[in-house]
Ligand binder design. Sequence first.
Ligand SMILES: C[S@@+](CC[C@H](N)C(=O)[O-])C[C@H]1O[C@@H](n2cnc3c(N)ncnc32)[C@H](O)[C@@H]1O
Length: 355
Amino acid sequence: MNPPEPQLCLFILSGEHETLPQAELCAALEAEGYAFTIHNRHRRILLLRVDPEGAKIATQRAGLVNHASIVAFESPTIEETILQFMKKTKFEQWLKPQNRFSVKITRVERESIPIDVDELQGKLGSQIWHVMNGSVEVDLAAPDVLFLGVIAGNLFFFGPHLASRDRVGFFQRRSPHRPFFVPSAIHPKIARVMVNLSRVAASDRFFDPFCGTGGLLIEAADIGSFPIGLDIDISILAGCQKNLNHYGFNFNGIIADARAPPIRSEKVEAIATDPPYGRSSSTKGSAVVNLIEKSLTAIADTLVPGGYLCLALPLEYFKEEIIPKDSFEIVEMHTMRIHRSLQRHIVVLQKKEQC
Ligand SMILES: C[S@@+](CC[C@H](N)C(=O)[O-])C[C@H]1O[C@@H](n2cnc3c(N)ncnc32)[C@H](O)[C@@H]1O
Protein backbone atom coordinates (compact mmCIF):
# COMPACT_ATOMS: atom_id res chain seq x y z
CA MET A 1 0.00 0.00 0.00
CA ASN A 2 1.27 3.49 -0.88
CA PRO A 3 1.80 5.87 2.05
CA PRO A 4 -1.04 8.45 2.32
CA GLU A 5 -0.53 11.64 0.30
CA PRO A 6 0.25 14.71 2.38
CA GLN A 7 -2.46 17.37 2.08
CA LEU A 8 -2.52 21.04 2.93
CA CYS A 9 -3.79 21.23 6.52
CA LEU A 10 -4.56 24.28 8.62
CA PHE A 11 -3.90 24.59 12.34
CA ILE A 12 -5.28 27.35 14.55
CA LEU A 13 -2.57 27.92 17.13
CA SER A 14 -3.27 29.22 20.62
CA GLY A 15 -2.49 32.91 21.09
CA GLU A 16 -0.96 32.15 24.51
CA HIS A 17 2.61 32.13 23.17
CA GLU A 18 4.38 33.18 20.00
CA THR A 19 6.69 30.19 19.36
CA LEU A 20 5.61 27.29 21.60
CA PRO A 21 2.39 26.21 19.79
CA GLN A 22 4.18 25.65 16.45
CA ALA A 23 7.15 23.98 18.16
CA GLU A 24 4.79 21.69 20.10
CA LEU A 25 2.82 20.71 17.00
CA CYS A 26 5.97 19.91 15.01
CA ALA A 27 7.37 17.86 17.93
CA ALA A 28 4.07 15.93 18.30
CA LEU A 29 4.10 15.08 14.57
CA GLU A 30 7.71 13.94 14.89
CA ALA A 31 6.85 11.80 17.93
CA GLU A 32 3.97 10.17 16.04
CA GLY A 33 6.20 9.51 13.00
CA TYR A 34 4.48 11.85 10.49
CA ALA A 35 6.64 13.74 7.99
CA PHE A 36 5.52 17.30 7.22
CA THR A 37 6.63 20.45 5.46
CA ILE A 38 5.80 23.99 6.56
CA HIS A 39 3.78 25.72 3.83
CA ASN A 40 3.05 29.08 5.44
CA ARG A 41 2.23 30.93 8.66
CA HIS A 42 -0.16 33.88 9.06
CA ARG A 43 0.01 34.91 12.72
CA ARG A 44 -2.07 32.22 14.52
CA ILE A 45 -2.69 30.15 11.38
CA LEU A 46 -0.10 27.52 10.48
CA LEU A 47 -0.33 25.66 7.16
CA LEU A 48 1.49 22.34 6.83
CA ARG A 49 1.61 19.65 4.15
CA VAL A 50 0.99 16.51 6.15
CA ASP A 51 -1.08 13.31 6.22
CA PRO A 52 -4.48 14.47 7.65
CA GLU A 53 -4.42 11.49 10.05
CA GLY A 54 -1.17 12.85 11.52
CA ALA A 55 -2.68 16.35 11.72
CA LYS A 56 -5.61 14.90 13.67
CA ILE A 57 -3.52 12.85 16.11
CA ALA A 58 -1.02 15.68 16.77
CA THR A 59 -3.84 18.18 17.45
CA GLN A 60 -5.57 15.76 19.81
CA ARG A 61 -2.35 15.39 21.82
CA ALA A 62 -1.39 19.09 21.82
CA GLY A 63 -1.87 21.65 24.60
CA LEU A 64 -1.58 24.82 22.51
CA VAL A 65 -3.18 23.90 19.16
CA ASN A 66 -6.90 24.74 19.08
CA HIS A 67 -8.14 23.16 15.83
CA ALA A 68 -6.99 21.38 12.66
CA SER A 69 -8.72 21.09 9.30
CA ILE A 70 -7.96 20.20 5.68
CA VAL A 71 -7.68 23.23 3.39
CA ALA A 72 -10.13 22.72 0.49
CA PHE A 73 -9.47 26.29 -0.68
CA GLU A 74 -7.99 29.61 0.40
CA SER A 75 -9.65 32.84 -0.72
CA PRO A 76 -9.70 36.55 0.07
CA THR A 77 -12.38 37.27 2.72
CA ILE A 78 -14.87 38.50 0.10
CA GLU A 79 -18.23 36.75 -0.06
CA GLU A 80 -18.54 36.55 -3.88
CA THR A 81 -15.02 35.13 -4.25
CA ILE A 82 -15.63 32.57 -1.49
CA LEU A 83 -18.84 31.43 -3.21
CA GLN A 84 -16.98 31.03 -6.52
CA PHE A 85 -14.38 28.82 -4.82
CA MET A 86 -17.23 26.80 -3.25
CA LYS A 87 -18.67 26.03 -6.71
CA LYS A 88 -15.33 24.58 -7.83
CA THR A 89 -14.83 22.41 -4.72
CA LYS A 90 -15.41 18.65 -5.03
CA PHE A 91 -17.34 18.04 -1.80
CA GLU A 92 -18.05 14.41 -2.74
CA GLN A 93 -14.48 13.55 -1.65
CA TRP A 94 -15.60 14.13 1.98
CA LEU A 95 -19.38 13.62 1.87
CA LYS A 96 -21.37 10.53 0.92
CA PRO A 97 -25.12 10.53 0.16
CA GLN A 98 -27.20 10.61 3.37
CA ASN A 99 -24.31 12.16 5.31
CA ARG A 100 -25.13 14.93 7.77
CA PHE A 101 -22.95 18.02 7.70
CA SER A 102 -22.63 21.48 9.17
CA VAL A 103 -20.61 24.64 8.51
CA LYS A 104 -18.97 26.70 11.23
CA ILE A 105 -17.07 29.91 10.63
CA THR A 106 -14.62 31.27 13.15
CA ARG A 107 -12.54 34.46 13.29
CA VAL A 108 -9.00 34.24 14.64
CA GLU A 109 -8.11 37.91 14.60
CA ARG A 110 -9.74 40.85 16.29
CA GLU A 111 -9.82 43.31 13.39
CA SER A 112 -13.29 43.35 11.93
CA ILE A 113 -13.80 42.36 8.32
CA PRO A 114 -17.25 43.55 7.19
CA ILE A 115 -18.82 40.14 6.70
CA ASP A 116 -21.89 38.63 8.36
CA VAL A 117 -20.60 35.32 9.68
CA ASP A 118 -24.05 33.80 10.42
CA GLU A 119 -25.33 34.68 6.98
CA LEU A 120 -22.19 33.33 5.28
CA GLN A 121 -22.46 30.06 7.25
CA GLY A 122 -26.00 29.63 5.90
CA LYS A 123 -24.96 30.44 2.32
CA LEU A 124 -22.01 28.02 2.37
CA GLY A 125 -24.22 25.30 3.86
CA SER A 126 -26.83 25.71 1.15
CA GLN A 127 -24.11 25.74 -1.54
CA ILE A 128 -22.80 22.37 -0.28
CA TRP A 129 -26.36 20.99 -0.27
CA HIS A 130 -26.79 22.12 -3.93
CA VAL A 131 -23.42 20.76 -5.08
CA MET A 132 -24.40 17.41 -3.50
CA ASN A 133 -27.79 17.53 -5.31
CA GLY A 134 -29.70 17.50 -2.03
CA SER A 135 -28.35 14.03 -1.13
CA VAL A 136 -26.96 15.29 2.22
CA GLU A 137 -28.63 16.86 5.23
CA VAL A 138 -27.67 19.75 7.50
CA ASP A 139 -27.24 18.67 11.12
CA LEU A 140 -25.80 21.31 13.42
CA ALA A 141 -25.80 19.09 16.54
CA ALA A 142 -24.16 15.87 15.35
CA PRO A 143 -22.76 16.19 11.81
CA ASP A 144 -20.76 13.40 10.15
CA VAL A 145 -18.62 16.11 8.58
CA LEU A 146 -18.08 19.58 9.99
CA PHE A 147 -16.74 22.15 7.51
CA LEU A 148 -14.66 24.84 9.14
CA GLY A 149 -14.32 28.33 7.68
CA VAL A 150 -11.54 30.41 9.19
CA ILE A 151 -11.36 34.17 8.79
CA ALA A 152 -7.80 35.36 9.42
CA GLY A 153 -7.94 39.07 8.56
CA ASN A 154 -8.39 39.34 4.80
CA LEU A 155 -7.74 35.62 4.23
CA PHE A 156 -10.42 32.93 4.37
CA PHE A 157 -9.72 29.18 4.59
CA PHE A 158 -12.34 26.47 4.19
CA GLY A 159 -12.33 22.68 4.52
CA PRO A 160 -13.35 19.65 6.60
CA HIS A 161 -12.51 19.82 10.30
CA LEU A 162 -10.13 17.15 11.61
CA ALA A 163 -9.74 17.67 15.35
CA SER A 164 -9.89 20.12 18.24
CA ARG A 165 -7.96 20.37 21.49
CA ASP A 166 -9.39 18.34 24.37
CA ARG A 167 -10.55 21.37 26.42
CA VAL A 168 -12.54 19.30 28.94
CA GLY A 169 -9.63 16.93 29.62
CA PHE A 170 -7.23 19.79 30.34
CA PHE A 171 -9.80 21.41 32.62
CA GLN A 172 -10.37 18.16 34.55
CA ARG A 173 -6.63 17.65 35.03
CA ARG A 174 -6.02 21.14 36.53
CA SER A 175 -4.42 20.86 39.96
CA PRO A 176 -7.47 21.92 42.06
CA HIS A 177 -9.27 18.86 40.61
CA ARG A 178 -6.57 16.45 41.78
CA PRO A 179 -6.56 14.77 45.20
CA PHE A 180 -3.07 16.15 45.99
CA PHE A 181 -2.12 19.74 45.26
CA VAL A 182 0.80 22.11 46.02
CA PRO A 183 1.17 25.64 44.60
CA SER A 184 4.32 24.81 42.57
CA ALA A 185 2.37 22.30 40.40
CA ILE A 186 2.67 23.04 36.69
CA HIS A 187 -0.43 23.89 34.60
CA PRO A 188 -1.59 20.85 32.53
CA LYS A 189 -1.41 22.73 29.21
CA ILE A 190 2.20 23.76 29.82
CA ALA A 191 3.02 20.29 31.14
CA ARG A 192 1.54 18.84 27.93
CA VAL A 193 3.63 21.18 25.78
CA MET A 194 6.79 20.06 27.59
CA VAL A 195 5.82 16.39 27.26
CA ASN A 196 5.25 16.89 23.52
CA LEU A 197 8.59 18.71 23.18
CA SER A 198 10.22 15.60 24.70
CA ARG A 199 8.88 13.73 21.60
CA VAL A 200 7.58 10.88 23.77
CA ALA A 201 5.64 8.20 21.88
CA ALA A 202 2.91 5.90 23.21
CA SER A 203 4.50 2.89 25.00
CA ASP A 204 7.81 4.78 25.54
CA ARG A 205 9.18 5.12 29.05
CA PHE A 206 8.88 8.76 30.15
CA PHE A 207 10.94 10.03 33.09
CA ASP A 208 10.51 13.12 35.31
CA PRO A 209 13.44 13.32 37.81
CA PHE A 210 11.78 16.17 39.84
CA CYS A 211 8.22 14.87 39.51
CA GLY A 212 6.52 16.72 42.43
CA THR A 213 2.76 16.22 42.26
CA GLY A 214 3.02 14.52 38.86
CA GLY A 215 1.83 17.25 36.47
CA LEU A 216 4.15 16.13 33.67
CA LEU A 217 3.69 12.41 34.40
CA ILE A 218 -0.11 12.70 34.11
CA GLU A 219 0.17 14.34 30.68
CA ALA A 220 2.75 11.78 29.51
CA ALA A 221 0.55 8.91 30.73
CA ASP A 222 -2.47 10.43 28.96
CA ILE A 223 -0.54 10.15 25.68
CA GLY A 224 -0.05 6.43 26.39
CA SER A 225 3.55 6.38 27.61
CA PHE A 226 4.72 4.66 30.80
CA PRO A 227 5.58 7.30 33.46
CA ILE A 228 8.53 7.01 35.84
CA GLY A 229 8.68 9.72 38.53
CA LEU A 230 11.45 10.50 40.99
CA ASP A 231 11.31 12.92 43.91
CA ILE A 232 13.40 13.43 47.02
CA ASP A 233 10.35 14.06 49.21
CA ILE A 234 8.44 10.94 50.28
CA SER A 235 5.21 12.81 51.12
CA ILE A 236 5.20 14.55 47.71
CA LEU A 237 5.79 11.23 45.96
CA ALA A 238 2.86 9.66 47.87
CA GLY A 239 0.67 12.58 46.69
CA CYS A 240 1.93 12.08 43.15
CA GLN A 241 0.90 8.41 43.32
CA LYS A 242 -2.62 9.46 44.44
CA ASN A 243 -2.88 11.91 41.54
CA LEU A 244 -1.86 9.37 38.92
CA ASN A 245 -4.20 6.75 40.37
CA HIS A 246 -7.02 9.32 40.40
CA TYR A 247 -6.82 9.49 36.59
CA GLY A 248 -6.41 5.70 36.26
CA PHE A 249 -2.72 5.68 35.34
CA ASN A 250 -0.01 3.22 36.42
CA PHE A 251 3.23 4.77 37.57
CA ASN A 252 6.68 3.81 38.77
CA GLY A 253 7.62 6.11 41.68
CA ILE A 254 11.18 6.34 43.02
CA ILE A 255 12.31 8.16 46.18
CA ALA A 256 15.82 9.38 45.44
CA ASP A 257 18.03 12.35 44.66
CA ALA A 258 17.98 13.41 41.00
CA ARG A 259 21.77 13.73 41.18
CA ALA A 260 21.98 9.95 41.58
CA PRO A 261 18.90 8.35 39.99
CA PRO A 262 18.76 4.58 40.54
CA ILE A 263 17.85 3.94 36.90
CA ARG A 264 19.84 1.85 34.43
CA SER A 265 21.77 3.56 31.59
CA GLU A 266 19.70 4.31 28.49
CA LYS A 267 16.52 3.01 30.13
CA VAL A 268 14.13 5.86 29.21
CA GLU A 269 13.09 7.22 25.80
CA ALA A 270 12.06 10.75 26.88
CA ILE A 271 12.46 13.16 29.80
CA ALA A 272 10.69 16.39 30.72
CA THR A 273 11.14 18.13 34.05
CA ASP A 274 10.53 21.23 36.08
CA PRO A 275 13.32 21.41 38.75
CA PRO A 276 12.85 23.31 42.05
CA TYR A 277 13.35 27.08 41.82
CA GLY A 278 14.59 27.67 45.35
CA ARG A 279 13.66 31.34 45.07
CA SER A 280 13.65 31.70 48.83
CA SER A 281 17.06 30.05 49.12
CA SER A 282 19.58 32.05 51.11
CA THR A 283 22.24 31.01 48.59
CA LYS A 284 20.41 33.21 46.02
CA GLY A 285 20.04 30.43 43.54
CA SER A 286 23.57 29.10 43.41
CA ALA A 287 22.46 25.88 45.17
CA VAL A 288 19.73 25.45 42.55
CA VAL A 289 22.13 25.95 39.63
CA ASN A 290 24.47 23.43 41.21
CA LEU A 291 21.62 20.93 41.69
CA ILE A 292 20.47 21.32 38.08
CA GLU A 293 23.99 21.01 36.70
CA LYS A 294 24.73 17.83 38.67
CA SER A 295 21.35 16.25 37.97
CA LEU A 296 21.58 16.97 34.22
CA THR A 297 24.79 14.97 34.00
CA ALA A 298 23.26 12.11 35.99
CA ILE A 299 19.93 11.94 34.13
CA ALA A 300 21.67 12.20 30.73
CA ASP A 301 22.90 8.69 31.41
CA THR A 302 19.34 7.33 31.81
CA LEU A 303 18.24 8.62 28.37
CA VAL A 304 18.57 6.64 25.14
CA PRO A 305 20.94 8.15 22.53
CA GLY A 306 18.92 10.47 20.27
CA GLY A 307 16.27 10.90 23.02
CA TYR A 308 15.00 14.35 24.04
CA LEU A 309 14.93 16.16 27.37
CA CYS A 310 12.69 19.19 27.91
CA LEU A 311 13.60 21.39 30.85
CA ALA A 312 11.80 24.41 32.37
CA LEU A 313 14.07 26.86 34.19
CA PRO A 314 13.62 30.38 35.57
CA LEU A 315 15.54 32.83 33.39
CA GLU A 316 18.02 33.74 36.10
CA TYR A 317 19.14 30.11 36.55
CA PHE A 318 19.75 29.35 32.92
CA LYS A 319 23.32 29.52 31.73
CA GLU A 320 24.51 27.51 28.74
CA GLU A 321 27.45 26.26 30.83
CA ILE A 322 25.09 24.12 32.95
CA ILE A 323 24.24 21.94 29.92
CA PRO A 324 26.67 19.01 29.70
CA LYS A 325 27.82 19.64 26.10
CA ASP A 326 29.43 16.23 25.67
CA SER A 327 25.98 14.62 26.28
CA PHE A 328 23.49 17.08 24.72
CA GLU A 329 22.85 19.36 21.75
CA ILE A 330 20.53 22.33 22.38
CA VAL A 331 17.62 21.87 19.93
CA GLU A 332 15.36 24.80 20.78
CA MET A 333 14.68 27.35 23.48
CA HIS A 334 11.52 29.38 24.27
CA THR A 335 10.97 32.09 26.88
CA MET A 336 7.71 32.13 28.75
CA ARG A 337 6.25 34.67 31.18
CA ILE A 338 4.57 32.90 34.10
CA HIS A 339 3.72 36.06 36.08
CA ARG A 340 5.14 39.55 36.60
CA SER A 341 8.29 38.43 38.41
CA LEU A 342 8.82 34.95 36.92
CA GLN A 343 9.96 34.17 33.39
CA ARG A 344 11.02 30.70 32.37
CA HIS A 345 13.11 29.26 29.62
CA ILE A 346 11.79 26.04 28.12
CA VAL A 347 14.87 24.33 26.75
CA VAL A 348 14.86 21.20 24.56
CA LEU A 349 18.02 19.08 24.49
CA GLN A 350 18.80 16.00 22.40
CA LYS A 351 21.17 13.36 23.67
CA LYS A 352 24.07 12.84 21.30
CA GLU A 353 24.30 9.46 19.61
CA GLN A 354 27.87 9.04 20.82
CA CYS A 355 28.66 10.67 24.17
C1 LIG B 1 9.01 22.56 40.93
S1 LIG B 1 8.66 21.08 41.74
C2 LIG B 1 8.05 20.05 40.48
C3 LIG B 1 6.62 20.33 40.20
C4 LIG B 1 6.00 19.29 39.33
N1 LIG B 1 6.29 19.48 37.93
C5 LIG B 1 4.48 19.23 39.56
O1 LIG B 1 3.71 19.25 38.58
O2 LIG B 1 4.07 19.18 40.71
C6 LIG B 1 10.23 20.39 42.07
C7 LIG B 1 10.26 19.09 42.86
O3 LIG B 1 11.64 18.68 42.98
C8 LIG B 1 11.79 17.98 44.21
N2 LIG B 1 13.23 17.98 44.55
C9 LIG B 1 13.96 18.95 45.15
N3 LIG B 1 15.24 18.57 45.24
C10 LIG B 1 15.34 17.35 44.65
C11 LIG B 1 16.41 16.46 44.39
N4 LIG B 1 17.68 16.74 44.75
N5 LIG B 1 16.14 15.29 43.75
C12 LIG B 1 14.87 14.99 43.38
N6 LIG B 1 13.81 15.80 43.61
C13 LIG B 1 14.04 16.97 44.23
C14 LIG B 1 10.90 18.72 45.18
O4 LIG B 1 10.49 17.85 46.24
C15 LIG B 1 9.72 19.16 44.27
O5 LIG B 1 8.66 18.22 44.39
